[in-house]
Design a protein around this ligand. Structure first.
Ligand code: ATP
Ligand code: MG
Length: 346
């Protein structure tokens, strides 16, 4: 009997999950399996019934190729839930996917959320994750989780600046003594950079390309500084004048040109955050440098761009796409010691 109860407790504990519910990517961590899910925050739905057909990376090959009765949706916008029902279905799909071999146990879930989240948005996240199958929902702000994921000593008085360039939001936060001292969040991040490449091709070449190809251009040849090694890529799309397929070669300096304005807004947000940082912490930041995470940290030369703009040292996370979920996982695995890192639920 006692053994039974212990077994039940153990299986309950091992089912606990940390989730980074990002605008572009959703990741799930468990103590037993590490990062066991890393998928696009994207779903395919029946147009009429809104029933979920597929979620995650399996949706990518469907982009731009769906029959009329199927729609593709990204149910998070700028880091927050835009469509509750769809996020709930997507999360249930992911949770069931990672629990496939177990009995369905309702896990305790720690969710990383944007630091500027409103009380209404918090409530929506908690309800949605509960509806998707969680027994208990706790929240942590993304910059704190990201900082822990980068092994920064967030509980110490020394200030650290974390810059998380995600898909929907760029969050810049100064962290000390387990909390966020000041933060700036803007809705300009990876998606905006991708959009700006599409717009550039529209304006300069009268050409339309799909989002997936624009992403590839950004990742493969894009750069945040003019001094990056030049690369070239042949891309195909549709001519806007005659409607026919067309191919062109695009170079790094053009991609830079396309992204320049959005990158400028990210630079301004950084300068704002620095100007609002108390002097004691500013001197810590001069000493320690700034810590860069999120998928946007992978843009070629982004560290150089920040360094040139601010004169600060820049360190890129070892695994920028996973720092937040890994940090949330570390917090979850030692939840009693780390309660002070959590966000108030309401
Ligand atoms: N190698 C790369 N070069 C440039 N950008 C990249 C690279 N890899 C990923 N990205 C971009 O990173 C973004 C996704 O990053 P991330 O997964 O951190 O966002 P998210 O957590 O889903 O979004 P958010 O935190 O804003 O809610 C996308 O815009 C993607 O294009
Ligand atoms: Mg993120």
């Amino acid at each position: 009997m006692k053994l039974n109860r212990l077994f039940r407790w153990l299986s309950l504990e091992s089912s606990n999950m940390a989730i980074d519910l990002g605008t572009t990517n959703t990741l799930i961590y468990t103590k037993a399996g590490g990062v066991i899910l890393d998928e696009n925050s994207m779903v395919a739905l029946h147009k009429e019934t809104k029933e979920l057909i597929e979620a995650g990376k399996e949706v990518i090959p469907m982009l731009g190729r769906t029959p009329k009765d199927i729609i593709i949706s990204e149910p998070l916008e700028d880091g927050v839930i835009a469509d509750f029902k769809v996020v709930e279905d997507m999360l249930r799909f992911f949770i069931e996917k990672v629990q496939k071999k177990k009995l369905f146990i309702r896990p305790k879930v720690l969710v990383a959320v944007p630091s500027g989240i409103t009380p209404v948005e918090k409530k929506a996240v908690i309800n949605t994750v509960q509806e998707a199958g969680a027994r208990e929902v706790m929240l942590v702000s993304e910059p704190i989780a990201g900082a822990v994921g980068m092994s920064l000593p967030v509980k110490e008085p020394t200030g650290h600046m974390v810059i998380d360039i995600g898909g929907g939001t760029t969050e810049i936060a100064v962290i000390a003594l387990s909390g966020i001292v000041n933060q700036v969040s803007i809705k300009i991040a990876g998606n905006e950079l991708t959009d700006s490449i599409q717009t550039y091709l529209y304006d300069e070449y009268n050409m339309a390309i799909g989002k997936a190809l624009a992403e590839k251009v950004k990742k493969d040849i894009g750069a945040a500084v003019t001094t990056a090694e030049d690369r070239e890529m042949e891309i195909s799309g549709r001519d806007l004048v005659d409607g026919l397929p067309k191919s062109i070669k695009i170079k790094t300096n053009e991609v830079y040109e396309a992204m320049k304005e959005a990158l400028g807004l990210i630079k301004n947000a950084m300068k704002k955050a620095l100007s609002e940082t108390p002097p004691e912490l500013a001197s810590d930041i001069v000493e320690k440098g700034v810590f860069l995470t999120g998928g946007g940290a992978l843009i070629r030369g982004i560290d150089k761009m920040i360094q040139e703009e601010t004169d600060l040292k820049v360190k890129i996370a070892d695994d920028p796409l996973r720092s937040v979920v890994l940090g949330a996982g570390i917090i979850l695995d030692n939840i009693e010691e780390n309660r002070n890192l959590l966000m108030e639920s309401l």
